[in-house]
Structures are given as structure tokens and as C-alpha cells.
Design a protein around this ligand. Structure first.
Ligand code: ACO
Length: 376
């Protein structure tokens, strides 16, 4: 039997979508027809969710209704709070807590997949904020229905009102990463929903896929690398010299640099530019030199990656600037991947609804490479 096995399904087209177009050679990302930078600059997260689900912008009235409905769904049932509390007490990781708590959404929503999608979009931020408060031993902060998605999340997280710059920066992040073609977690969600399973199962599975360090788990380690370099500076050593030394040692040890490389982008990830711009504005409010140092580290990392893997075109990916931006908003690195899930839930649910419009169950083949002819 001949086989055209493609490890990691590289280059295989497994779905048709109107949700986002990723052009890895040109470094372009289009979300429902809009260039990602245009969307990140002008939309709110709620508008983007509506756009992805309905393939058009909402009217002012539709947006008001949609936003109010999401706001109504933010509060968590007591069973979900118990799960978060118990998992936090047992020191489960943030993504494990999110996965377990999200799956309890089956108990509070049973009106079909679109209804489940609305509840998940609304409740995931409350889960993340409640987890963060419990880890810190602080009382949880109830959602505020008068606030937008990003402002409400930051308020639930910190217990105080965020600045406009913080809200705008978080909205820019949520919009920039709300969808991205057939990435691993989105594919996982489509595979699950294509069996005619439910939305909570699909999103819970997607959260599991996003957790891994090769997908959504990179921004925490990317920020760690920046701090490691800054802390490793010896007396009088420049950021550049320390970066060169630490990154060389990392690559020589055979380790990967988190926040660099991408399956699809062989030029700079356009999301890195959108988030870089948002981060630059945010850090300019109270300049400590951190942003400048991080971009210097990025430039050295790119030079050393080219030396280490010539011609592989390893570029900065979205996670490097995610780390800088979310750190600048004041968010701890343990929450970076859960906040990615908050954003990508828009894409996951939209892909699931789209999959069901013309569904066919996913059932690829495997090539058998095991033993033959054995007898028990
Ligand atoms: N640091 C060092 N070397 C790298 C890196 C990196 N960040 N990325 C790729 N390489 C090397 C690989 O070791 C490989 O070398 P080899 O062929 O000699 O073994 C070569 O470059 C090509 O890499 P692949 O593994 O084929 O790339 P793939 O498309 O499978 O993986 C991935 C892409 C997982 C993103 C990879 O670049 C990586 O591990 N990056 C670091 C983790 C990261 O930042 N993840 C976030 C991605 S963005 C997102 O998911 C939202």
C-alpha cells in the first residue's frame, strides 16, 4: 500500500473556512475579511465574536443585545466555583483548572450548541479570574454587567478598575489571537464537534490542546527567558552581550527558544507586529526600559536562530509579544495561556458552528508499521 503520510499533517488542507486566512509566505492574517491590525485597532472583542459567528458586523442594536446577553452569562454556578476551589487547593495548573471548570458548563447550559457557545465565551474569563483570586487567597470579585468583556475581566482579576490603556491593550490582544486558521486546538475542536458532539466537549478538548508548550504554553517561558537574560547580566555587561551568551547556551543545549518559529509563518508573524505596537504604546505610559531591552533580546535571538538553523527562517511568533503585552498589563505569567484560551474560544466556537454547516466526520487513515504474521 502506498502512503502519502505527512507528519503533523503539514500542508494538508483538512477544512474550508471563511473565518480566517493565514498567509505564511506573505505574513498576512485576515479575520473574516478584515486585516488583523484593522480588527485589533477598531473592534471590541464582543464585536469580533459576533463577526466570526455571523460573518458580518452587528448593528448597534444587535451589539447591545449581544453584549448584554454575554454579560448576563458571566456569573459561575456554585458547582463550578467548587471545582475551581478544590483544584486550586490541590495545586492543579491554571490550564487544568480551566479545562475542568469549563467542562462543568454542561450543567448550566443545555439549549443547544449556540447557547453553549455564548455561555463559554462569557464564563471562561470569570473562571480564569476566580482561579487567580483563589490562588492568591483573595475573595473572588463578581462580574460587573456594566463593563465590557476586557474591562470586566481585569476588574474581576485585580479587584480594582483598570486604566483605559490596560483595557485597550487587552482588547487588542484578544482580537489579535481570536482566530488563526486550522491551528492544533481549533482542529481538535472541529474533530470533536464533527462527531456531532456538543460545544462544551469541543471547547474542553481544545483547551487541552492549547495547554501544550508547543502551542499555547510558550508565552510564560518566553517571558522567563527575557528575565533570565536581564538577571544574568554581570557587572557592566550590556543586555545584548548577556542575550548573546544566554541564548547561545540555550541553543547549544539543544533547547528551543520559546516565542520563535512557526509551522506556517516563514516571515514575521503579523500578530507579533500588532501586539508589538500595542505593547510599545502600553510601556510608553510608564517607561522603565523593559520594552526596549526585550526588543533588543528579540533581535539577538533572531540573529542566533539564523546562525543555528541557517535557512530555516525561524521568526518571532505571536507568543513573544503576547508575553510582553500581558506582562505590561500586569497579568502574571501563569495566566498567559488561560487568557489565550479566553480569546481563542471565539475561534473555536465559530469553527465548530461552521463545521456543522456542512459536516463530515473526520476519519483520516493511519499507515500500519507494526509487526505482521504473529500468532498468539
Ligand atoms: N528554537 C530553536 N530551534 C527551533 C525553534 C525554536 N523556537 N523552532 C524550530 N526550531 C528548529 C527545529 O529544531 C527544527 O530543526 P531540525 O529540523 O534540525 O530538527 C527546525 O527548526 C524546524 O522546526 P520544526 O520542529 O519542523 O517546526 P514545526 O513547524 O514542527 O514547529 C513550532 C513549529 C512548534 C512552533 C516550533 O517552532 C517551536 O517549538 N517553537 C517554540 C515554541 C513556541 O514558540 N510555540 C508557540 C507557537 S505559536 C502558537 O502556537 C500560537
Amino acid at each position: 500500500m502506498t502512503s502519502d503520510y505527512k507528519p503533523g499533517l503539514e500542508g494538508v488542507v483538512a477544512a474550508r473556512t471563511r473565518l480566517s486566512r493565514v498567509d505564511g509566505e506573505a505574513g498576512e492574517l485576515t479575520i473574516a475579511g478584515y486585516p488583523v491590525d484593522d480588527l485589533a485597532r477598531h473592534a471590541s472583542f464582543e464585536e469580533a465574536v459576533y463577526l466570526l459567528w455571523h460573518d458580518r458586523r452587528p448593528s448597534a442594536e444587535e451589539l447591545a443585545d449581544f453584549t448584554a446577553d454575554l454579560a448576563k452569562r458571566r456569573a459561575l454556578p456554585s458547582i463550578t466555583l467548587s471545582v475551581i476551589n478544590e483544584a486550586t487547593r490541590r495545586e492543579s495548573g491554571a490550564m487544568d483548572v480551566l479545562r475542568m471548570a469549563s467542562s462543568t458548563m454542561s450543567l448550566s447550559t443545555c439549549d443547544g450548541r449556540a447557547d453553549q457557545a455564548r455561555t463559554l465565551i462569557a464564563a471562561i474569563p470569570t473562571i480564569v479570574a476566580a482561579y487567580a483570586r483563589m490562588v492568591d487567597g483573595k475573595p473572588i470579585v463578581e462580574p460587573d454587567p456594566t463593563l465590557g468583556h476586557a474591562a470586566n475581566f481585569l476588574t474581576m482579576l485585580t479587584g480594582s478598575s483598570p486604566s483605559d490603556a490596560q483595557v485597550r491593550a487587552l482588547d487588542a490582544y484578544l482580537l489579535t489571537v481570536c482566530d488563526h486558521g486550522l491551528n492544533a486546538s481549533t482542529f481538535a475542536a472541529r474533530v470533536i464537534i464533527a462527531t456531532e458532539s456538543d460545544m462544551v466537549s469541543a471547547v474542553t478538548g481544545a483547551i487541552g490542546a492549547l495547554k501544550g508548550p508547543l502551542h499555547g504554553g510558550a508565552p510564560g517561558p518566553a517571558l522567563d527567558m527575557v528575565f533570565e537574560i536581564l538577571d544574568a547580566r554581570t557587572e557592566g555587561e550590556s543586555v545584548g552581550a548577556a542575550a548573546d551568551r544566554v541564548i547561545r547556551a540555550t541553543l547549544e543545549a539543544g533547547e528551543r527558544l520559546m516565542g520563535f518559529g512557526h509551522r506556517i509563518y516563514k516571515v514575521r508573524d503579523p500578530r507579533a507586529d500588532v501586539l508589538g505596537e500595542a505593547a510599545r504604546k502600553l510601556y510608553a505610559v510608564d517607561d522603565t526600559g523593559f520594552y526596549e531591552a526585550a526588543t533588543e533580546i528579540e533581535a539577538i535571538a533572531l540573529r542566533l536562530l539564523e546562525e543555528h538553523k541557517p535557512g530555516r527562517r525561524l521568526q518571532t511568533n505571536v507568543e513573544f509579544y503576547t508575553a510582553l503585552l500581558l506582562h505590561g498589563i500586569g497579568i502574571p505569567s501563569t495566566l498567559f495561556t488561560p487568557i489565550f484560551a479566553m480569546a481563542r474560544a471565539a475561534g473555536w466556537t465559530a469553527h465548530c458552528l461552521e463545521q456543522l454547516e456542512a459536516n463530515r466526520i473526520y476519519r483520516p487513515q493511519s499507515e500500519y508499521v507494526g509487526a505482521m504474521g504473529r500468532r498468539w
